[in-house]
Ligand binder design. Structure first.
Ligand code: PEP
Ligand code: MN
Length: 455
């Protein structure tokens, strides 16, 4: 009888028990699912559905992130604050992927550095909230926690947490990822299409600048082709998925044992990050994500102390594995220059090499008098500059950018070369959660970051 060429390795009982240790720890930001039977049924269903990613892809991403941590690549993470089920349309997914590809081209060409591309996509359906409830007029209902949990409509039925949404989120993530894979592997992302990604966008300074760059790239490709070179690398791109690892009732059933080596991998996404509100050292999230093999991120706000950072490294990256741990700094433009350097200095005294990414969105929120949650483009740019300054001063590597963006021409962030002002916000404000950079603001930011990178 033929022997299997590879043996199947199962996890040790300790490893399996460890995956449920979080259940004994303090936990934040979980919905009240009500009746446990519906949740049990959803968990059971999720636990036997096919994985969304292959463990080997997560390992490959870890290697890419290790290169970025060493200053040999730059990471771009972008996408909605909160994906919605209704927003998982071909057009919206295409525009978002296109925007990330265009930003990556600007960064690669402008700074001559490989760009690791990751979408806040195919699973970014759950949101931490500052309050458990929302009040409108006389009525108080549970807060919207993302499409994975409840509906945005302000009715008791819609706001009730529904475990069936965990399964619907899985299927929405699967179809999103399927299209992302088709776009990035099937020719759409070929560098030969670098011009066509820009079609249909209104004439504006960032797009005009992009056109110039696309012309240069075209010329270079034609030259290489004429010289007989035909690189597969030009036709396909690696594109990874990422979301906040927030809902344990999604992440735990999506975690599987890699039969090649018996280790647990969260197959809901290539990269998971722990949010600023759930990164308690002795809490459920840090414990759970310390036990899975995917590359892991942690958001760090301005109050993070060097001691807390060191303990996060010890818990999440005890083996000091290059690419395993990413710190996503979201300090705020006014604080980054004071809050980040002590952390970077402290890392230098440790035997650790985390990857540092800037999230210039979440420390810069403002609410307009008319009630819109927004951010100023100038603050976003200022935080990015402060992030680069801090790394330059300390001698560490600024490794990436994490932004909330959409490929559509929304009006959610103030400023940029279109000069979106408070009156304009109302014209096309579509986010159910935080404000996103629109297509052009995203491109503008990419040009600015490319300048910083090549400075
Ligand atoms: C987010 O990324 O949408 C988010 C909630 O971020 P943070 O955890 O940094 O507040
Ligand atoms: Mn957000």
């Amino acid at each position: 009888m033929a022997q299997p060429t590879e043996s199947i390795v199962s996890a040790s009982p300790e490893v399996l028990a460890g995956l449920d240790h979080w259940r004994t720890l303090p936990i934040k930001q979980q919905p009240d699912w009500g009746d446990g039977t519906a949740l049990a049924a959803a968990s059971e269903e999720l636990s036997v559905l096919p994985p969304l990613i292959f463990a080997g892809e997560a390992d490959q991403l870890r290697n890419r992130l290790a290169a970025a941590a060493a200053g040999q690549a730059f990471v771009l993470q972008g996408g909605d604050c909160a994906e919605t089920f209704a927003g998982a349309t071909a057009a919206q997914i295409r525009e978002r992927v296109k925007t990330i590809l265009q930003m990556a081209v600007v960064l690669t060409y402008g700074a001559s550095v490989p760009v690791v591309k990751m979408g806040r996509m195919a699973g970014q359906f759950a949101k931490p909230r500052s309050s458990n409830t929302e009040t409108r007029g006389e009525i108080t209902l549970p807060a919207y926690r993302g499409d994975h949990v409840n509906g945005y409509d302000f009715t008791p039925e819609s706001r009730a947490a529904d475990p069936g949404r965990l399964v619907k989120g899985y299927h929405t993530a699967a179809s999103t990822l399927n299209l992302v894979r088709a776009f990035t592997q099937g020719g759409f992302a070929s560098l030969k299409e670098v011009h066509s990604w820009n079609k249909g966008f209104a004439a504006n300074p960032a797009n005009a600048r992009y056109e110039g760059l696309a012309r240069d790239i075209d010329r270079a490709i034609r030259f290489m082709e004429a010289a007989g070179a035909d690189f597969d690398e030009l036709k396909r791109v690696e594109f990874y998925t990422a979301h906040e690892g927030l809902l344990m009732d999604y992440e735990r059933p999506m975690t599987r044992i890699d039969s090649r080596n018996g280790t647990p991998v969260d197959t809901s996404a290539h990269f998971l990050w722990i949010g600023e509100r759930t990164r308690d050292l002795d809490g459920a999230h840090v414990d759970f994500f310390s036990r899975i093999r995917n590359p892991i991120g942690v958001k760090l706000g301005p109050s993070t102390t060097p001691e807390t950072m060191e303990r996060l490294i010890d818990k999440l990256d005890p083996d000091r594995e290059p690419g395993r741990l990413t710190f996503i700094a979201r300090m705020g433009a006014g604080k980054v220059r004071d809050a980040l350097p002590p952390l970077l200095e402290h890392v230098k005294t440790l035997d650790a090499t985390p990857l540092w990414i800037t999230d210039p969105m979440h420390g810069n929120g403002v609410t307009t008098p008319t009630g819109y949650k927004t951010r100023r483009f100038d603050d976003i740019v200022d935080e990015v500059k402060g992030f680069f300054e801090a790394h330059r001063a300390v001698g560490t590597h600024p490794g990436g950018l994490h932004v909330e963006l959409t490929g559509d021409d929304v009006t959610e962030c103030l400023g940029g070369s279109e000069h979106i002002d408070e009156a304009t916000l109302a014209t096309r404000y579509e986010s159910l959660c935080d404000p996103r950079l629109n297509h052009m603001q995203s491109l503008e930011l990419a040009f600015l970051v490319a300048e910083e990178l090549s400075a």
